[in-house]
Ligand binder design. Structure first.
Ligand code: 13P
Ligand code: SF4
Length: 315
């Protein structure tokens, strides 16, 4: 009897599919993926792949972005319900009404938003390029930043800007406990705090390093400390431990009764769902051609600027 991993690998070959996975996926999915990365790296892979089918082991907005960048490919998400509180907290009708108050503003949207929001945006950013993209606009440029007020606030503080922020947050990062961080730092004074910019300001103020999931991994790999307090989703520990086997990593618990920090949407994907989705080539991401056309422009601008700033390299 073949293992599920063998069966997925066979299907992948047969269908000329590529498996793209985010660092928050369960270890078994990360291990079977052709590429594991952050939102920026995943967008780049989606735009470049010559596979016929993209199996996206991540959440809905990521698979939508892949479809927008590779409209001729079939993009499959193992569970269509795998959403994101940031994307879901910024409905297009409310955002359209919000933008009417800021007609002379440039609209910069975090990639964690729906395709409809992307069609209303001038440029998209990820946590891997947001600061540099904002800095590429003149200092006096008026900007609306959506949908993450934590990432937007972090950029405002870092760059001295005053971007108008949409009031959204990530339900996982926003509740990571600053009190727990202080307790953990006291118990492990040598440990460095590394945090994702979706965390709230009080926690970020304590951090030794702030960055995208890829940047956090790179920091942990190259930095000299031996212990790290990690303020992001727990899935990242799999790669961190693989890449830095001698180091110790402690995840930050949330304020709520649950002391875990799993993204409930990322964790909807399982090997079994991946197998059936690949076998049946569904659930498929389907977008109207006019949405693809309009949403592609601000994403392509993001990729172009990321190449020109050297944030990603042509492959
Ligand atoms: P990264 O692009 O840094 O991987 O972040 C994606 C995300 O959803 C964080 O919660
Ligand atoms: Fe969205 Fe937060 Fe989950 Fe990332 S961790 S996909 S921002 S809900």
């Amino acid at each position: 009897m073949k293992s599920i991993v063998q069966q997925i690998n066979e299907l992948k070959k047969e269908k000329r599919a590529v498996i793209l996975a985010h660092y928050y996926q369960i270890p078994e999915i990360q291990d079977i993926a052709d590429y594991v990365g952050d939102s920026l790296g995943l967008s780049q892979q989606a735009a470049q792949t010559d596979a016929e089918v993209i199996m996206f082991a991540g959440v809905h907005f990521m698979a939508e972005t892949a479809k927008i960048l590779s409209p001729q490919k079939k993009v499959i998400l193992p569970d269509l319900e795998a959403g994101c509180s940031l994307a879901d907290g910024c409905p297009p009708d409310r955002f359209e009404a919000f933008l009417k108050h800021y007609p002379d503003h440039t609209v910069i949207s975090y990639v964690n938003c729906s395709a409809a929001i992307k069609t209303m945006s001038d440029i998209i950013v990820t946590s891997g390029n947001a600061v540099q993209v904002v800095e590429s606009f003149p200092k006096d440029q008026k900007i609306v930043f959506a949908p993450d007020k934590n990432l937007g606030g972090y950029i405002n503080r870092l760059t001295g800007r005053d971007m108008v922020l949409w009031d959204g947050s990530c339900e996982v990062h926003d509740i990571l406990s600053t009190e727990a961080v202080i307790r953990m730092k006291t118990a492990n004074p040598q440990a460095r705090l590394i945090a994702h910019p979706e965390c709230k300001a009080q926690l970020l103020a304590l951090a030794d390093f702030i960055g995208s999931t890829t940047a956090l991994l790179q920091f942990a790999r190259t930095d000299t400390a031996q212990q790290y307090i990690v303020a992001t989703e727990s899935g990242i520990l799999h790669k961190m431990q693989q890449e830095s086997p001698g180091k110790q990593f402690f995840v930050v618990p949330s304020d709520e009764t649950c002391s875990c920090n799993d993204c409930p949407y990322m964790k909807m994907n399982t090997l079994e769902k991946l197998y059936t989705a690949l076998r049946d080539e569904q659930p498929e991401i389907v977008l109207a051609p006019e949405v693809i056309e309009k949403a592609r422009l601000p994403i392509q601008r993001m990729l172009d600027i990321s190449y020109s700033l050297g944030l990603i390299k042509k492959q």
